[in-house]
Design a protein around this ligand. Structure first.
Ligand code: ATP
Ligand code: MG
Length: 419
């Protein structure tokens, strides 16, 4: 029969890596917790309109990357390509159950985009993200950026660059958009086909084009932060001042825009030199118009998401090492097995990572298995030892052996192994 493999762009996470993954997720959880965020879990499948309306019709995600299909009842549904839209939907749907504003939420989970699979680009990937909903104050921007910076430090990555920019608001963005169109008007023939479309619908996104030829043209394009209204300008200055006060290094990046339409004011990315073309590890910004666009009252918000797979490539291999097997029990014969199996259960309840061999396997074979599993200790007992109410505990590193009595076996094992 033909073997069935996973789909292209969908990956299994196996022992050896999965421990590091869990360590990363746990560290994120602890960090978000310290900064006062609460976890939120939303469904993976949502109505398609949630994403088309929030992310924007002319974005890469909505134009060509969404996993959309018709449900059995004819409804258009989509596997979520990102987390913010769902969090905002849930916030609106359960507003009265939410804590007082600003609501601070974080999430972790799979996202789906039909992209061309390559290094750092999958079709099912995972994000950890945080959102602060309900406060326009630049203090929130500073808080979120300090959380992001601290998280990377905590996982041992302090060589990343925090890049920030301001994208303006509905007051200053339209005039900037025109200035940008003026700049690109004479260059349309040299811009790629996608950028020609973006020129009419969303010229800011030309600045985000990954094609080298377009990147060259955009080098001299006018910067949004130079065309901000007074409110946005003040906001941006306060954010930068706040980062300086906290001694958080950052870089002003004049052409940083986000691939999603809902961003306003502060936009940012955490980038690295170590991932080739896929250099953004985390990205986010303020989205003051999104809650209203999804049918809620005008509510400012800010958030970010980071890609777990890209993080996994960066963190040292030694982080979250698989835990070692502390004890391997070698029962020689059925009666030994019957006595030792309940002891294994007790030891496991005491959190000792432990295993047992097959009672009908010879000693040599079971010892080989213990070796392969890298067991620190081995407990050996045959029917004879059991009859004499004792067992042998062997330290696999020092090769020293001690005889211990069955009556106090559990305590003696724990004392020996845990010191
Ligand atoms: P890029 O510019 O790399 O396409 P993006 O702007 O589409 O990124 P966001 O939607 O802001 O990315 O997602 C935030 C983070 O999620 C990214 O910085 C990245 O780490 C991760 N990410 C996005 N798309 C993928 C993907 N297809 N595979 C793996 N990780 C991804
Ligand atoms: Mg993308």
């Amino acid at each position: 029969m033909e073997k069935i493999n996973a789909l292209k762009g969908f990956k299994d996470l196996l022992p050896g890596d999965s421990e590091r993954w869990d360590w990363l997720a746990l560290t994120a959880r602890r960090t978000f917790d310290a900064f006062g965020f609460s976890p939120i879990h939303t469904p993976i499948l949502e109505r398609t309109t949630l994403f088309t309306r929030s992310i924007g019709e002319t974005t890469d995600i909505v134009e060509k990357e969404m996993y959309t299909f018709e449900d059995w009842d004819g409804k258009q549904v989509t596997l979520r390509p990102e987390g913010t839209a769902s969090v905002v939907r849930a916030f609106l749907e359960h507003r009265h159950q939410m804590p007082v504003l600003p609501v601070k939420l974080y999430y972790q989970g799979p996202m789906f985009r039909h992209e061309r699979p390559q290094a750092g680009r999958l079709r099912q990937f995972h994000q950890v993200g945080a959102e602060i909903i309900g406060d326009i104050d630049p203090k929130q921007d500073i808080e979120l950026l300090s959380l992001l910076t601290y998280f990377f430090k905590r996982i041992g990555l302090d060589n990343l660059t925090l890049e920030i920019n301001s994208l303006g608001c509905p007051v200053c963005r339209p005039p900037y958009r025109e200035i940008l169109q003026d700049f690109f008007k004479k260059k349309l023939t040299t811009l790629c086909e996608d950028c020609n479309r973006r020129f009419h619908k969303n010229p800011l996104r030309i600045l985000d084009c990954k094609k080298e030829s377009c990147k060259t043209i955009t080098t001299d394009a006018p910067a949004s932060a130079k065309h901000l209204c007074t409110e946005c300008d003040e906001h941006f200055k306060t954010v930068q001042q706040g980062l300086k006060t906290l001694k958080i290094p950052y870089q002003y990046s004049k052409h940083l825009v986000r691939g999603l339409d809902y961003y306003t004011k502060t936009a940012f990315e955490m980038t690295t030199q170590n991932l080739g073309a896929q250099n953004a590890v985390a990205a986010g910004g303020r989205y003051d118009g999104l809650v209203e666009a999804l049918g809620g009252p005008a509510t400012p918000a800010i958030g970010f998401a980071m890609g777990m797979e890209r993080l996994m490539h960066l963190i040292p291999e030694t982080k979250g090492m698989p835990s070692t097997l502390q004890l391997f029990i070698v029962p020689l014969g059925e009666s030994a097995y019957q006595t030792l199996f309940p002891i294994l259960y007790s030891l496991r309840k005491k959190k000792l990572r432990s295993e047992i061999g097959y009672s009908d396997s010879p000693l040599k074979k079971q010892m080989k298995q213990a070796d392969r599993l890298n067991a620190e200790y081995v407990l050996i007992a045959g029917d004879e030892e059991i009859a004499a109410k004792k067992a042998i505990l062997r330290n696999m590193k020092t090769k020293s052996q001690t005889e211990i009595g069955l009556s106090n076996l559990i305590n003696e094992i724990l004392a020996e192994i845990e010191g």
